[in-house]
Ligand binder design. Structure first.
Ligand code: GLU
Length: 325
């Protein structure tokens, strides 16, 4: 028998209708959440640890970094073959990617959540917990980094993003697709893994820098938010650039000022797929950004670029942050 530890944190998966507030709230305890999953103790010997019971909108990178260390310590126990983390879906992809960058382990770590509460007619929570425990207990899932399992699909934490506000198939990997899926079978599911991620990264750090701002580029954006963030003490800044990796010329002075103030700036693309490029040379375009020491995030989404920059700033002097990009 294999031991899987399920860490619960709240979110829709732990929510039910509360008549007093006339809405959904996370109130289902970790033990009750797992006890409601038929067959889960057959899939593995399951231990439950409730880290919190909150909406994931309440989380901070600093808190998730602490959880990451707690989970890492439990994973060091040779009796534990893998872990599952249940999480609200709003920030699930950021926490999963933070764990992916920080935890240096071969053991499977699986994040899951739900798009429907247990008060709704068809809740995806129990099925997502069961399939996640199965993946966490499967030696085939070892060494793939942090995985995200929802709706019978297995995704890499680096690639997955929530693409729909309410659909059951909200979690997708738009650039590269899922790594595999959980296929139905007589009596038990079959875990089908089709590919392994090749571009896994690791950041060794004992701290995370919280002061990283986030600015989105839209038509006509100026330097107002960039300057405000620098004045407020930002140590890093993620700029979600236009699709090809360009910002507006009106942001250029602000970026220049930020760089001179020692702020590390990273750009990602606001397009759903692809990566920012340094091919265009006009002011604010990719080549100009590169020449101003701005880091390029490859195909990471903006929120994940921010997590990576926060960890990189925690790990290294600002001058050495470029090695992570
Ligand atoms: N906003 C809540 C959260 O992220 C509910 C969303 C969900 O879990 O699907 O925890």
């Amino acid at each position: 028998m294999t031991r899987v530890v399920v860490f619960t944190t709240g979110g829709t998966i732990a929510s039910r209708y509360d008549a007093d507030v006339d809405g959904f709230v996370p109130v289902v305890s970790g033990d009750d959440l797992v006890a409601a999953v038929p067959g889960v103790q057959v899939a593995a010997e399951v231990e439950v640890v409730e880290l919190a019971n909150v909406s994931s909108t309440f989380l901070t990178p600093t808190l998730v970094f602490e959880w990451c260390r707690t989970v890492g310590k439990r994973l060091a126990d040779p009796e534990v073959c893998g872990v599952v983390v249940t999480h609200g879906t709003d920030t699930l992809e950021e926490s999963a990617y933070l764990f992916d960058l920080v935890l240096d382990t071969h053991k499977p770590i699986v994040f899951t959540g739900a798009m429907r509460t247990s008060s709704e007619l068809i809740s995806d929570g129990p099925r997502n917990i069961l399939t996640s425990v199965r993946v966490a207990a499967d030696p085939e899932a070892a060494g793939l980094g942090v995985l995200v399992v929802l709706n019978e699909e297995i995704h890499a934490a680096r690639d997955v993003t929530k693409t729909h506000a309410e659909a059951l198939d909200a979690f997708q990997s738009p650039n590269l697709g899922p790594l595999g899926r959980i296929s139905r079978g007589w009596g038990e599911d079959h875990i089908r893994l089709y590919r392994a991620p090749r571009c896994r990264e690791h950041i060794t750090t004992d701290r995370i820098e919280p002061a990283v701002a986030y600015v989105k580029t839209v038509m006509g954006t100026d330097s107002l938010m960039i300057d405000a963030a620098v004045t407020a003490g930002a140590r890093g800044m993620v700029i979600e650039a236009f699709g090809g990796g360009e910002v507006t010329p009106f942001m250029a002075d602000g970026i220049d000022r930020a760089r001179r103030a020692g702020v590390e700036v990273a750009v990602c693309s606001r397009a759903l797929r692809g990566r920012p490029l340094d091919l265009y040379a006009e002011i604010g375009e990719g080549k100009w950004l590169r020449d101003h020491g701005v880091h390029f995030s490859d195909s990471l989404t903006g929120p994940k670029t921010r997590i990576k920059l926060m960890l990189a700033l925690g790990a290294a002097d600002p001058a050495d942050v470029g090695q992570y990009f």
